[in-house]
Write a protein that binds this ligand. Structure first.
Ligand code: PLP
Length: 305
């Protein structure tokens, strides 16, 4: 893909929040100006595979600020594919489109707004999109929410290889934010039983995450690795919700390190890791790698940051 760099930088973080600890950040936010972070990794193999099956249009789903749809619209256009986004929540014609959806439209993605009930059903069924799609179904293929697919794990697992090469050995921890759990599953696949992956839930009621990671590993034919854990107490009230403490942390961290955060995923992950450090979860001998999963376009939804 034009404008994409081969391996994202692995940068040492010097911050008062991680004093005395060896903390690194894998800057996947720098992979590509539009298809950044875990989106690039997830689409790297899954999009060509869908295209190889003869699909000419990729149908997927997301919210009005979806990083996934934003990246997908661009990546599809690059590959000469059409795209359709099923958007959570019905909308009056007079309601303004978010900048994210305006970008999707500008990349040629067609948008269809669906009720929250339909959206929930789409999450649970890989075929429901066929029943509700208002467009012709010919040559259309489905990509689940967040780009979650077995091939996404392969793309994400390459992060670990890059980290090992840059560190000259295995990290003790690789930590990422979790929505669907696909990125965490890809990290676990890449670690292949060495070290520990930690997923920080960016949404409430995230008890499904461990099962989801196990399912994805199984479906993608990886061994049932158990060297991962999920942390659920730093959701700040739920998906895309923030607290003053989170916003203040993101601002302080950015000023100190010059590393840009957004408060939906990587900001919550960073905040959680700072708390875990305070609680003594890590020791100075350990190498801790945090994954910046991109999504900085979503900052436009937060005037405070
Ligand atoms: C920027 C960003 N980080 C992290 C995640 C969480 O990734 P996953 O859905 O693979 O758990 C997402 C959502 O997909 C995201 O957009």
């Amino acid at each position: 893909m034009p404008g994409f760099i081969q391996a994202s930088p692995l940068q040492r973080i010097h911050s008062r929040f991680f004093a005395d600890l060896e903390v690194w950040i894998k800057r996947d936010d720098m992979l590509h100006p539009v298809v950044s972070g875990n989106k690039f990794r997830k689409l790297k193999y899954s999009l060509p595979a869908l295209s190889a099956t003869g699909a000419s249009t990729i149908v997927s789903m997301g919210g009005p600020w979806s990083n996934h749809l934003h990246a997908l619209a661009y990546a599809c256009k690059e590959r000469g594919l059409s795209s359709i986004g099923l958007i959570r929540g019905l909308r009056k014609p007079s309601d303004p489109l978010t900048p994210t959806l305006q970008d999707c439209l500008a990349q040629g993605m067609k948008l269809q707004f669906v009720s929250r009930d339909d959206y929930r059903t789409l999450r649970d069924s890989d075929s429901y999109w066929r029943q509700i799609l208002e467009f012709d179904l010919q040559g259309h293929s489905w990509l689940p929410e967040g780009g979650s697919s077995t091939l996404a794990l392969r793309g994400v697992s390459e992060i670990v290889v890059e980290v090992q090469q840059a560190l000259g050995g295995d990290p003790d921890f690789v930590i990422c934010a979790c929505g669907t759990g696909t990125t965490l599953a890809g990290i676990v696949a890449g670690l292949a039983g060495r070290g520990t992956a930690i997923g920080i839930a960016a949404l409430a009621n995230a008890d499904f995450l461990n099962t989801k990671v196990n399912q994805l590993l199984e479906q993608a034919h990886y061994p049932n690795y158990t060297n991962f854990e999920t942390v659920k107490e730093f959701d700040h009230g739920g998906f895309a919700k923030t607290t003053p403490a989170l916003i203040e942390f993101c601002q302080e961290f950015e000023q100190e390190t010059m590393i840009p955060l957004e408060p939906v995923y990587t900001g919550k992950m960073m905040y959680a890791v700072a708390q875990l450090c305070r609680q003594g979860r890590f020791s100075p001998q350990q190498k801790i790698v945090l994954l910046h999963t991109g999504g900085l376009q979503g900052r436009r939804g937060f005037t405070q940051t």
